[in-house]
Design a protein around this ligand. Sequence first.
Ligand SMILES: Cc1cc2nc3c(=O)[nH]c(=O)nc-3n(C[C@H](O)[C@H](O)[C@H](O)COP(=O)(O)O)c2cc1C
Length: 273
Amino acid sequence: MPPKDSIANTLIVSLTLCIVCSLLVSGAAVALKPRQEKNKALDRQKNIVAAAGLGDPKAMSTKELEDLFQKRVKRVLVDLDSGEVVADADEAYDPRKAAKNDKLNEPIESQFDIGLAKREKQTWVYQVLDDKGQVEQVVLPIYGMGLWSTLYGYVAVGHDIRTIKGLTYYEHGETPGLGGEVENPSWKAKWVGKQIWEEGAPREDENLMVGVAKGAPIAEKADYMVDGLSGATITSRGVDSMLKYWFSDDGFGPYLRSLAPKTEGAADGSPNS
Ligand SMILES: Cc1cc2nc3c(=O)[nH]c(=O)nc-3n(C[C@H](O)[C@H](O)[C@H](O)COP(=O)(O)O)c2cc1C
């Protein structure tokens, strides 16, 4: 045994401490991972509920949220290029991992720049059902670069497949009080009722009107655009581009057209699912 104040003893003690601490930290990380994943999934469910206006997720217990999801929300895997729903989807499919896997992703080549080079070929869409099991809204996952980070969120589209029902962001690294104002309830509320494509025009990219204005939108664009976030022009531009991108033919355009009412202005306006 080396003397207590020797260099060898100091090294042994510090090495032992390091090993014990790192075992504790990595053990905790491994043990807590399932709980973290569950909480993340729960948070996403809350955001979907908020985007679709199905209630205040903060006031719901986990059980109530899960029940609501079970009853009213159907998750389908959509092939973005064809717009078709994928049969026999793998429930464990993770679009974020797919976006990084060259077998499951494809390059983003769009006039609408979301600051990213690739996106997944397939992604989950959440169909919100009414009491009769008909699709009442669809909640689409969207993402794109802001100033500091990729913002991840959901946008809900009404059954006319033209009107935004809600927009939420559940993950981003923008500055609180500036770009972080994407989470501000009064800003989010401004999206409800905004039109995606020019009214009466086909759902084509050249008719995309939805977006974020610099400052307040001019009167002719007020049906489509929301005020920019002050002091956060870059984040605002990111939100503008990502909405246009995900509603375009490179994003959910083909899927949304497949849901759109066959005859615009049809009496019941129900989508063809
Ligand atoms: C500390 C700090 C944090 C910032 N965070 C953001 C942000 O989250 N989003 C953003 O768009 N701009 C942010 N900005 C401002 C940008 O750097 C840039 O000046 C601004 O987007 C331009 O807006 P303007 O054209 O209204 O001046 C931040 C600036 C500073 C100094």
